[in-house]
Design a protein around this ligand. Structure first.
Ligand code: COA
Length: 648
């Protein structure tokens, strides 16, 4: 038994890469290619595979360590030379990407044909068209995406098998397509014809799939078959190797996960058998036709390097210098599922994760990704679902527009009964509608009513009219109400409060800012007068006039409408004996003011004509109790009825 020091392989020049997992322990017997450690670069989470089979005798690293190429991982006691796990004829297992195999069938071939088509590549069966990416008149090149298909495993870009000008699109969304179905007719100006037509030679000798052992080809080598990267891949990085030497795989089993700039994709086996060699490693860059694994037990194929006769492209000679990869004739991608290259740019997830999400009814766009480079992992989907369940159990957070579980309103055809005109709501109207609905649903509000005797207040106000005119100020009952409310808010602090964001605390405010609901041409706006308690009547009148004008001129800034503690909504100038205002959250109370009227009031001896102002006070019963309201309201009414009390 020889002993070998295992070191960190080439990790693309990255340095100080963090070890996030140690997958083996001292004493473990490991297979070649088995993961030893997992490291995380800025680009990917990478498994570092064991270079040979053997027994781990020492581990030098811990989770959290930072490593670079050449750093010692541990010691391995093996049966033979760990540095040469592959047969001598194949000395270069690692740098697969540097030696692309001859992509025989995929290469365009010069032709004089002026008409051609692009077809669905091999390996696709009964996949649904979910997007058609080309239109008549488009000029496409070979490899351009012509459609997006959905298989049971992935969302798949269909690359053009030929370039040219699209003269007819033969597919529609919803169609079910299989290999060789025509996607579009093309006008080819002396360019490429469809590969299938132009390269008949290799097609005549496809690599048989595993079920055909009775048809041996040229070689009797024990390497019976290879599984290759399917059509369409170009320089895609291996981010996971899912098989190890000795594994028995079935056709269609996932061998590796590749990462393109568009998606993470799984590479399925195009043959069954026992894995005799894994020809790729994490970090390799693979393209179509690259060998992923060698298999034993499948039908054999020619063992010679890609014969020039079988792939007669002048531009792409078989790379004889790369024996590790050129052991087979151009594999034709027979039986390979062309499932690479998800078009979905919104989310970044592999096919298995997509399937998992679809099974659970999860929209991946809603899922927070925690994988490398923002890739959504299966655990992310599971965590998303767990959180949803937790939230639902805790009472849910239904959208306000959903009616919080209330059955939706039925749709009506008003025009059935006569002429109608439909006018779109303004932005402000829509916002108000949404806020009102939200506040209505969230706040358990109670409205209490009372009348304030404003006979004296009105006498006082009228007495100030001349002075107001001199000052250029319109003096309505509103500034008096502002002053009175400020005093009441200071007296009853529960009204000058908000429910805490946690829903379990109350925030008391030391400032007194009061909003005025103003009817404007674009809808209801609520400018806020700040520090009402610190301002005199004239100042309040001036500021109210100015803010109301600003609101009606559409000139309010966001800060003009923020920071309110309480709102006054006055319909006094318009009429009505009372209404129930909706609390303007996060405030906890709102005063509705209706039209003052002379009423006969019993003074203990007789009925007296008094000017009575109807008031309605709505409050959030989560923060304010009826008794609190009683105190606040009584005080407010007393101050309005006798403004001299404001001096007390
Ligand atoms: N009773 C009798 N008269 C009243 C009154 C009341 N409660 N309130 C105001 N008036 C009088 C004013 O004194 C004024 O008359 P005057 O010029 O003879 O003094 C007249 O009505 C017009 O007042 P107005 O211009 O409306 O000023 P205001 O200061 O009373 O109100 C607003 C300003 C911005 C509050 C008001 O114009 C407004 O837009 N209200 C709509 C609020 C709303 O839509 N709320 C939503 C309800 S759900």
């Amino acid at each position: 038994m020889s002993s070998q020091t295992i070191t960190v392989p080439d990790i693309g020049g990255a340095e100080g890469v963090e070890v996030i997992e140690i997958c083996v322990a001292v004493g473990d017997t490991v297979e070649a290619e088995q993961s030893l450690i997992v490291i995380e670069t800025d680009k990917a989470t990478v498994d570092v595979p064991c270079p040979a089979a053997g027994k781990i005798t020492d581990i030098k690293l811990s989770v959290g360590d930072k490593v670079s190429e050449g750093d010692v991982i541990g010691e391995l006691a093996g049966e033979g030379s760990a540095a040469a796990p592959e047969p001598a004829a194949e000395p270069a297992p690692a740098p697969v990407a540097e030696a692309p195999a001859a992509p025989a069938a995929a290469a365009p071939v010069a032709t004089s044909t002026s008409a051609g088509n692009t077809v669905v590549p091999e390996g696709v069966e009964d996949a649904e068209v979910i997007e058609v990416s080309i239109a008549v008149g488009d000029v496409i090149e070979e490899g351009d995406t012509v459609a997006v298909l959905e298989t049971d495993k992935a969302t798949v870009d269909v690359p053009a098998t030929s370039g040219g000008k699209v003269t007819a699109v033969k597919i529609s969304v919803g169609d079910k397509l299989s290999s060789d179905d025509v996607v579009a007719d093309l006008e080819v100006s002396g360019g490429a014809a469809p590969a299938a037509e132009a390269a008949p030679a290799p097609a005549a000798a496809p690599v048989p799939v595993a079920e055909a052992p009775a048809a041996p080809a040229v070689s009797a080598e024990p390497v019976a078959s290879v599984s290759t990267v399917p059509d369409g891949a170009d320089d895609a990085e291996v981010i996971e190797v899912l098989v190890a030497v000795g594994d028995t795989i079935s056709e269609g089993d996932d061998l590796a996960v590749l990462e393109t700039d568009k998606a993470t994709v799984e590479v399925p086996a195009n043959a069954a058998g026992k894995v005799t060699a894994v020809k790729i490693a994490v970090g390799d860059k693979l393209s179509s036709g690259d060998v992923v694994v060698e298999l034993e037990g499948s039908a054999p194929a020619a063992a010679a390097p890609a014969p020039a006769a079988a792939a007669p492209q002048a531009s792409a000679p078989a790379p004889v210098a790369a024996p590790a990869k050129a052991v087979q004739p151009a594999p034709e991608h027979a039986g390979v599922k062309n499932e690479l290259f998800s078009k979905s740019t919104e989310v970044y997830a592999g096919p298995a994760v997509r399937t998992h999400a679809r099974d659970l009814g999860v929209d991946l766009a809603d899922v927070k990704a925690t994988g490398p480079r923002g890739r959504i992992l299966k655990e992310d989907v599971d965590n998303y679902v767990k959180n949803l369940v937790k939230t639902a159990k805790a009472g849910g957070t239904a959208k306000v527009t959903d009616g919080a579980g209330i059955p939706p309103m039925p749709k009506h055809d008003f025009a059935k009964f006569g002429e109608v005109e439909t006018v779109a709501m303004s932005k402000i109207q829509k916002l108000t509608a949404m806020n009102m609905h939200r506040n209505w649903l969230h706040i358990p509000a109670v409205t209490q009513f009372d009348d304030a005797d404003i006979t004296d207040l009105e006498a006082f106000r009228k007495g100030l009219k001349a002075e107001a005119e001199k000052r250029g100020v319109k003096l309505t009952p509103l500034p008096f109400l502002l002053k009175a409310c400020a005093a009441a808010l200071k007296a009853e602090k529960k009204f000058n409060a908000s429910l805490g964001n946690d829903g379990e605390s109350v925030v008391y405010k030391k400032y007194v800012n009061i909003g005025i609901a103003a009817d404007t041409p674009v809808g209801l706006l609520v400018p806020v007068i700040k520090d009402v308690d610190k301002k005199g009547l004239w100042e309040l009148a001036e500021e109210a006039n100015a803010l109301i004008k600003k609101a009606r001129d559409g000139k309010l800034s966001p800060s003009d409408m923020q920071g309110g503690c309480f709102t006054i909504s006055s319909l006094g100038a318009m009429g009505g004996t009372g209404f129930t205002p909706i609390v303007n959250a996060p405030e906890v109370a709102i005063l509705g003011v209706s039209k003052a009227q002379m009423k006969p009031i019993w003074n203990g001896k007789e009925f007296e004509p008094r000017n009575m102002l109807p008031l309605a006070l709505s409050y959030d019963h989560r923060v304010i109790n009826g008794a609190d309201c009683g105190k606040f309201f009584t005080y407010l009414v007393s101050v309005i009825s006798d403004v001299r009390r404001l001096l007390l």
